[in-house]
Ligand binder design. Structure first.
Ligand code: TYM
Length: 331
């Protein structure tokens, strides 16, 4: 069966609507397809820039697992695990690092953006996308559901797979990114030229755990434009189109249909409808999340089971790769 693989960093206490509509919503839906599905929390990636306090990282990793479950990722149908629980990721990453040009790694836009912010930059930030390539290739994944900002990393992954296959013989599946259409890049509500991100001020970010009144206030204050007409036109009307795309995704309708439904109405009506729909989504999410957070032992059991499913597949790929590279097999 084709394999689906994706990861998310346990970087904050709450995921935002961009994470959900760009990635997690697809993750949950792909479980209904005839695929083998692997979703992991990229805790190794979470220490590349501004590593959190150890206790905070531990807590966020369990919190992230709970959020995946609340978003509809089902441990019966998906392997849910922590990256640090499967040794193969770093074992494969080393080989891929030796296949990647230094300049090639430096050209990654996320590296350039993050390293350009004046913070101290680790070598781990530079090799981050190579570890990501290992995350994907180690499971021979066919499909990688992600938001637009991960497209370049999946492209690098494809290049490394092809390079390895060319040099050492057919070994890796060359994966395809699955990127949603209208919500590939959910925009910040205050600054709709930037993607919604935990590193921007909170007023523009819809956190899945925000209380209803906070979500409503943020949506009502969203930046629009000086026209009055509601159209889906991301280039000319990024703020309004972002609200239309959010409403469409949360209510599972096409963007054009949502936009057409507001013909003759003003931005206030649109914002009211977006607020109602986002609140209606967030309330059951928060309830479900609280239930999972109440039982950390169960979360640990789910993560252990997920790692047990992932480990043999990862180990087999590492064995194969190490043999092809010419490392002597241990007896
Ligand atoms: P991360 O943790 O930053 O984000 C998780 C997912 O959320 C998507 N996303 C968005 N989608 C739409 N609009 C937004 N504003 C928005 N913000 C975030 C991201 O595209 C991503 O799909 N490097 C990855 C984690 C990773 C990974 C992997 C992913 C590590 N190894 C292997 C896939 C396969 C990351 O930092 O995502």
């Amino acid at each position: 069966r084709p394999r689906v693989l994706s990861g998310i960093q346990p970087t904050s206490a709450s995921y935002h609507l961009g994470n959900y509509l760009g990635a997690l919503q697809q993750w949950a839906r792909l479980q209904d397809e005839p695929y083998d599905v692997f979703y992991f929390l990229a805790d190794l990636h979470a220490i590349t820039l501004n590593p959190p306090d150890p206790a905070v990282l531990t807590q966020r990793s369990r919190g992230a697992a709970a959020q995946l479950l609340a978003a509809g990722v089902d441990p019966e149908r998906s392997a849910i695990f922590l990256q640090s629980h499967v040794q193969g990721h770093t074992q494969l990453s080393w080989v891929l690092e030796c296949l990647t040009g230094e300049g090639e790694a430096r050209r990654m836009t996320q590296f350039k953006d993050k390293s350009g912010r004046g913070e101290s930059v680790s070598v781990g930030l530079l090799t981050y996308p190579i570890l990501q390539a290992a995350d994907i290739l180690i499971y021979q994944a066919n499909f990688v559901p992600v938001g637009e900002d991960q497209r370049q990393h999946v492209e690098l992954t494809r290049n490394l797979a092809q390079r390895f296959n060319g040099r050492y013989g057919e070994t890796f599946v060359v994966p395809d990114a699955l990127i949603p259409k209208a919500t590939a890049r959910v925009l910040d509500l205050q600054d709709p030229t930037s993607k919604m991100s935990k590193s921007l001020p909170d007023a523009g970010t819809l956190n899945l755990t925000d209380p209803p009144a906070v979500l409503t206030k943020k949506i009502k204050r969203a930046t629009t434009d000086s026209e009055t007409e509601i159209r889906y036109d991301p280039a000319a009307k990024p703020g309004v189109s972002n609200l239309v795309a959010i409403l469409a995704a949360v209510t599972d309708q096409p963007v054009e249909q949502v936009a057409a439904g507001f013909a003759g109405q003003g931005y206030g009506a649109l914002k009211g409808a977006v607020a109602d729909a986002v609140v209606a989504f967030a309330e059951p999410f928060a309830r479900s999340l609280a239930g999972y957070l109440d039982d950390p032992a169960e979360l640990d059991r789910i993560l252990a089971r997920g790692a047990e499913r992932a480990r043999p597949i990862a180990a087999e790929t590492v064995r194969d790769v190490y043999e092809r590279v010419g490392f002597v097999a241990p007896v």
